[in-house]
Design a protein around this ligand. Sequence first.
Ligand code: AMP
Ligand code: MG
Length: 372
Amino acid sequence: MNTEPAPANPFSTPASARLEGRRSRALRLALLSVALVALGSLLWSARRRPAAPDPVVREFSVFDSYARITLWSSPERAEPALRECTAVLAELHRTLNRFDPSSELARLNAAAAGQAFACSPQLWDVLQAARQAYAQTAGAFDITVGPLMAVWGFHRKRDTLPTEAEIQAALACVGLARVAFDDTAHTVRFTVAGMSLDCGGLAKGYALDRVLAILARAHLEPALVDLGGNVGCSTQPPPGRPHFVIGVRNPFATETLLGRLPIVGRTVSTSGNYERRIIIQGKEIGHIIEPRTGHPVSGPAGVTAVTPRGVDSDVFSTAVYVAGKELAEALAEHVPGTGFVLVSGSPDAPELTRVGDLHRLEDTTAPPARRP
Ligand code: AMP
Ligand code: MG
């Protein structure tokens, strides 16, 4: 659990790519992710099945998070694709790290109020995903939350809670409808000064899709990818198994699991305030903001989204955390293969609400992995 005031965003520390050795080990431990559990289950089952080949596992740091790619292939076959994956991820980080003034997103934020900013194909593609997310979630997911993140102390530490006047002033600079996109020239212009874009709610999911696509193109399936808790797996299950097993973290006690999802060809993302929050004047402020009111969201405790596309699971978990079960139901109805686990209640009595296509959610009291 991180209660540090800043940096608050997955793209907040420029030096992240150099994390190595003991520091990266500490990071790994701190960022215990759902995929660790998934892999643990797989290895547990692999021990009982001596015929299955050892997977190739690549661990690294990206977006200030722990990442892991697991492939059931020879290291020689896996290496070129793994190199391509890490290069693409580094490039995405360089583009979207809004706290690095030289990143393309930071340059857009600095310039787009004055004149239209011409986007690279990569940034334009991410922004199209953000526009779709805004439309699909009726504005619950909105990358223009930048001014609200700032006013609530996520960019620079503050000692007092913002006044309602400050929140209203920030809100006047929020709303994707206030951004002018030129679909021919691929430019972006802010119609209001003081706007800023924050891709922290979808970047890892977007990156996950890029990685899964590289691995599929290289015929490196089965594959299991964890980018800082955004987990995706191939349609082809691991050798000798009917599916992958992804753990759903307990938002009240993040080292424990509430359930396990047996999946293939899906991505999983979890949003919740336990991940990142700050305390101002004794009040806990979560990092997910309701963009229509300008206030941080206080519940449910956590939302896990399961969808075919990584960008969707990242967007949907954040958006359903903001807008609740009704949005989960609408998304599950309109986006095939989508399901949610909403966790509410209390630490002593967590309540799980399942929505949509979840295949099934295994009880965590069951053994870690079952034989098919
Ligand atoms: P996630 O961890 O994927 O749920 O994303 C949370 C991050 O997305 C926050 O740290 C902010 O950078 C950003 N964010 C906060 N509220 C929203 C929102 N309503 N829509 C889009 N992005 C948001
Ligand atoms: Mg998200």
